[in-house]
Design a protein around this ligand. Structure first.
Ligand code: DGL
Length: 258
């Protein structure tokens, strides 16, 4: 198999990274993808760095050994914060793309300069995130809200009744957005919300109930897809086929719900 026709590996603690995969497939339709949902070990956000790092390294090794991936997208903010450094050290030759809360694009978009950031405790408590925040000090006010339990509730929505799941998610969102202050476009209001967890784009409709319809939501799918293209291009391994690529999906959790 030539380097260009090998697949791109994508992983997350569960279904969240599918929001990134959508953007990847639409930007790179001729690439083959292997998606790995580590749902059997989700959620990552409340498990601590050592565990998340160990899972990330094990998944990367598996994707390299069994699927001969040519690049790896860490489609999880929590795993990126905990493990991207070790992954880069361990696999210096492998193009690696991580995701982090998109604070800079939020500054460019916000008019009130009051920006909400939601994500897991792991991501928002990480040194990596704190370094990013400090590098932007003075450019906007960031209202940072860890959302314990939210990624898990979204993950569980694949196997519990829709009404029970949306009730649970709504209760969590009401609590968390309530603590952040007023949303809107008036002075002092949060007009831009960074979705700092790849699970959250799937609940944007439920989130709108609490933030109102006009707040900007920022996720990382499209920039990650652009960065993946850049790295493949630089490595000379973009798939130049004109056929649509394949997708293989794997989960460490329950196959039916996935
Ligand atoms: N989707 C992941 C993220 O972006 C992880 C969520 C979790 O498992 O806690 O942070």
């Amino acid at each position: 198999m030539s380097a260009a026709t090998r697949p791109i590996g994508v992983f997350d603690s569960g279904i969240g990274g599918l929001s990134v995969l959508q953007a990847l497939q639409s930007a790179l339709p001729h690439e083959h993808f292997v998606y790995w949902a580590d749902s059997g070990h989700a959620p990552y956000g409340e498990k601590g760095d050592v565990f998340v790092r160990q899972r990330s390294l094990a998944i990367a090794q598996h994707l390299i050994d069994q699927h001969h991936i040519k690049a790896l997208v860490v489609a999880c903010n929590t795993a990126t914060a905990a493990a991207i450094h070790e992954l880069r050290t361990q696999y210096p030759q492998l193009p690696l793309i991580g995701v982090e809360p998109a604070l800079k694009p939020a500054i460019a978009l916000s008019r009130t300069q009051r920006i909400g950031v939601i994500g897991t405790r792991g991501t928002l408590g990480s040194d990596k995130f704190h370094r990013l925040l400090s590098s932007l000090e003075g450019q906007a006010e960031f209202i940072v809200q860890p959302c314990n339990g939210l990624a898990l509730a979204i993950e569980e929505s694949t196997h519990i009744a829709a009404s029970a799941s949306s009730e649970k998610i709504t209760a969590l969102l009401r609590g968390y957005t309530g603590q952040m202050g007023a949303f809107g476009h008036g002075p002092g209001q949060i007009d831009t919300l960074v979705l700092g967890c790849t699970h959250y784009p799937f609940i944007s409709d439920l989130l709108r109930v609490h933030t109102g319809p006009n707040v900007h939501y920022i996720d990382t799918g499209a920039p990650v897809a652009r960065q993946t293209r850049r790295l493949l291009n630089a490595a000379g391994t973009l798939n130049t086929s004109t056929e649509l690529g394949d997708l293989q999906l794997f989960t460490t959790g329950d196959l039916d719900s996935f």
